[in-house]
Write a protein that binds this ligand. Sequence first.
Ligand SMILES: *Cc1c(COP(=O)(O)O)cnc(C)c1O
Length: 357
Amino acid sequence: MSVSKTINFPIERTTKSRLSETDFSNLEFGTVNSDHMFVVDYYKGEWKDAKIMPFQNISVSPACSALHYGQTVFEGMKAFRATNGDLLVFRPEKHLERLNNSNRRLCIPEIPKEYFFDAIDELVKLDQEWIPNKEGCSLYLRPFIFANDPFIGVKPSSAYKFMIFTCPVAGYYKGTVKVIIESEFVRASPGGIGAAKTGGNYAASLLPAKLAADKGYQQILWTDSKEHKYFEESGTMNLMFVINDTLITPSLDGSILPGITRDSILTIAKDWGVKIEERRISVDEVVEAHSKGTLQDAFGTGTAATITQISAIHHNGEDMVLPDVATRELSNKLNKTIVDIKHGVAEDKYNWVHRIK
Ligand SMILES: *Cc1c(COP(=O)(O)O)cnc(C)c1O
């Protein structure tokens, strides 16, 4: 797909690129930023003064409302270089749609489509040399918005900043994770902000994640806030199970973040004729399936790793060990298919890949 250019903004190129001094063999996620960033301000009821400039610190008032009350929204997506050199971004229009859904929940003005696409196209073109030249590597794009009133009264801000910066990231290590079922803390609850990609949800998850890590588990399986009986998400990923050849995932009930990887997986699996159920799935059901030997797979889905398979689920003092990943045909095949579409290797039959001209 392509989007016509309707907004022009100035581009200030860096005069001292950090590219040559960057160690691409040792990229730790999110620690290295490429040379440029996009910024546009909202004030007096309009987004204005858009520009691309060298990556640099910004200054805000100590009273900046986002720092106090968390009126913020973010996105995370990836750009890839295809073998023919084309620059590809996976499902940006879906990320924009979610960004604006999150904005509505947080009382933040919507981001116009033109800014979003122009900013992505120009940034990725400008910093394309930052896409590491190794298989699976990509440029991670981090769009985000924050309330920028220098005012500590609690109300929707009248000023905002929308920015995008990018980070070269290595191919994600495809290990499995051991997870623990959370039955004390909650990430989100119905009516709350769980379906919005906003900082507060992450803040709520830090302590439980730390306690789980102290016990040797890399991720938490969140359960519902009322009874801790039904599964919601896996850490910062959506959660799927395969039981008796049926792909089961919690339905989007308002406290679950609608993942774009989740949507992509369901679309492809449906197309393949896989039996799919989007519904509530209880801890009891999964424990029972495991004891009967019908729990074939459990995995998290998200932009960072596409699919992360779960090796064991801790429940009631015991680890339920899942089948060897080599036997997990469906998730292995789904992972490969999506990765191949993202890299322009497999046919893009759903028109998901945005090609930057
Ligand atoms: C971003 C995110 C996901 C995954 O969404 P993708 O669009 O697939 O990257 C899942 N859960 C939470 C809480 C998230 O923030």
